[in-house]
Ligand binder design. Sequence first.
Ligand SMILES: Nc1ncnc2c1ncn2[C@@H]1O[C@H](COP(=O)(O)OP(=O)(O)OP(=O)(O)O)[C@@H](O)[C@H]1O
Ligand SMILES: [Mg+2]
Length: 345
Amino acid sequence: MSARVTGSEAVARGKGKSAKVVPRSAGRVIAIGGGKGGVGKSVVAANLALTLGRMGHAVTLVDADLGAANLHTLLGVTKTGPGLAGFLDHELESLEAAAIETVVPTVRLVPGSSRPGVANINHGQKLRLLRSIAQLGGDIVIVDVGAGTSFNTLDFVAIADLKLLVVTPQLTSLQNAYAFLKGCVQRVLRRLPEDEAARARLDALFSGGGEARPIQHVIAEVRETDAALADLIVDTLVHFGVGLIGNMVASPREVEVVSRVSRMVSDYLLVHAPVLGAVPMSQAVRASVDQRSPVILGPGGAEVAAALRQVATAVLGLEIARVGPPLAASARHPTLPIWIERELR
Ligand SMILES: Nc1ncnc2c1ncn2[C@@H]1O[C@H](COP(=O)(O)OP(=O)(O)OP(=O)(O)O)[C@@H](O)[C@H]1O
Ligand SMILES: [Mg+2]
């Protein structure tokens, strides 16, 4: 992927310049989710962005945790400007205009909003936001989302070319990550049929059979009436683009616990979700948060920095352009799935 994303676009790099909106190459939007709160999604998002930035990539980090935004704190940014709220309020026409510089010159931040009620964006606002995320400048766009499985949160992850799930070795985190990904898969698949009736049938198939029903059963039932849709579902799952990042990992055994989710995702959702790295449990992370200074840049952060370099290398090694949704229409926006484009029409 690196050849695709580096130097491929005429993008103004940081320093308050507004980037030109130019056609994008596919495979640039990476979302960081995980379902459970407090597992380290934002710590990973901020430090992964800085790691990729220090490797020479132009990164735009978006704080899409509507209502509980704190990436600016983790990055030590004090002057946030209008941020995402300014875009939602139509004070700014694009998220690009909200991007501000960070301590690493190749990394820009679109600060989020903690205004009460901001999470309750309507459908139109969500589509406007998703489109503006896809139009952001930079080689790589990293989107940090909040906890939970609200449709708004799921959709921020569902549109991404690469969905990174942060999981800790705790059972509750593993359960929530699986449920989150399952929710994402359902959000994407239910948009594949163009007609409402087929969509309703698919919804019914998903809701039947209880929690642990392998998706193969759904696909087999779809195939009985619509083989083309069944093929499209399989194709979408195979190219879904997921990676797992273990966080607060204290032993090799705990890394193994995280990789169990990978197997479960593969067995039950037909989605390939390799473990891309494991960030150790580190006192330096806690200290860095209180000091408003990114852990990888501070004292005691070497271990975490090494783990994130491994994750960054794995991310760059993935052919993100090929793990995105199937390319059906030739003229479509490369980083927006077909179903979002359909709604934007
Ligand atoms: N590797 C780590 N080692 C030790 N502590 C960590 C580590 N990663 C995160 N933490 C701690 O967990 C806290 C929560 O992290 P963070 O805010 O990134 O979680 P989150 O998943 O983004 O939470 P939310 O769901 O609320 O957005 C941090 O403030 C930090 O103290
Ligand atoms: Mg967070």
